[in-house]
Design a protein around this ligand. Structure first.
Ligand code: ATR
Length: 277
């Protein structure tokens, strides 16, 4: 079989082996996909060993995504460059290549829910690694406006400035500030802060959600019900989605990079939701 793995620390709770075994079953491929707990001082060597032993593809998770970016620096996809981190590694022409599939995974999961992003007003909460990973794929949807807000406003403006230096064509679309900058109504509000992990509510103004709006949390829980999604439903968001679909869709993009096969993520998402409940 073809060999794959996910590397992280911790790695115990990763769903990637389950996801990829379901993708492979659908595609009719025989694969072997393992969880690898990698010591903090041994990441680069573990990647090298994996590929020198014939490994076909790696997913990278916390805390190694920046180091994977550094290691694949000579051969990064646009998505990886823009995200500043890598979650997918493979070998091509004897060289290590890196991509980041998180952002396109989230965009495809939003589309799965019947929502077109073209011409929409999108509010992105947070300015850390998770937020940075989705900016380029969001801009490329043709959205009307993308506002990045963060508790530390300077981090949001720095992120927007950096993105615009590379993508000046989005100057009229992309802006940034603190939470106090939020005005008006928004079609899609995405939580890319780690607030849900800490069970904290965010300082969002009332009346934020437009008619037919979506609240999207990158975090997932068994019940599709994070503190941010509760807050959003109470404030009138029409739809509320956690990030389980993002997990499945980022995986399906990695699967495509490695195997050149497109699978249908929807039944896999249904299976995963059942497993969580
Ligand atoms: P990640 O890789 O998950 O994005 P990170 O880079 O540490 O992690 O970023 C965490 C993000 O969550 C930041 O935007 C952080 O805001 P600050 O830059 O002001 O620290 C945000 N965050 C974390 N806890 C938060 C809270 N309780 N309320 C609002 N924002 C929070």
């Amino acid at each position: 079989p073809l060999n794959f793995a996910v590397m992280g620390n911790p790695i115990q709770h990763s769903y990637s082996p389950l996801l990829h075994s379901l993708f492979a079953k659908q595609a009719g491929l025989a694969i072997n996909y393992e969880k690898m707990l990698v010591p903090l001082d041994g990441f680069e060597a573990a990647v090298q060993t994996f590929f020198s032993q014939g490994g076909k593809g790696l997913n990278i998770t916390i805390p190694f995504k920046l180091r994977a970016y550094e290691q694949a620096k000579a051969n990064l996809s646009r998505r990886a460059q823009s995200a500043g981190s890598v979650n997918t590694l493979w070998m091509e022409d004897g060289q290590l290549h890196g991509c980041n599939t998180d952002g396109i995974g989230m965009v495809n999961d939003i589309r799965r829910q019947g929502i077109a992003l073209e011409d929409k007003k999108i509010l992105l909460l947070g300015a850390g690694g998770a937020a940075r990973g989705v900016v380029l794929p969001l801009l490329e949807t043709g959205c009307r406006q993308l506002l990045i807000v963060n508790r530390t406003a300077s981090k949001a403006t720095a992120l927007a400035t950096q993105c615009l230096a590379e993508l000046p064509q989005y100057t009229s679309v992309l802006s940034a500030g603190g939470f106090e900058h939020i005005q008006g109504q928004w079609d899609i509000v995405i939580n890319a802060t780690s607030s849900s992990l800490q069970q904290h509510a965010l300082p969002l103004p009332a009346g934020l959600f437009a008619h037919n709006s979506l609240a999207y949390d990158m975090v997932y829980t068994p019940e599709n019900d994070t503190p941010f999604l509760q807050q959003a439903r109470q404030d009138g968001a029409t739809m509320a989605s956690d990030g389980l679909g993002m997990l499945v869709y980022q995986g399906s993009e990695s699967f495509f990079i490695w195997n050149h096969v497109r699978i249908n993520p929807v039944p896999v998402l249904e299976t995963l939701r059942q497993q969580l409940l």
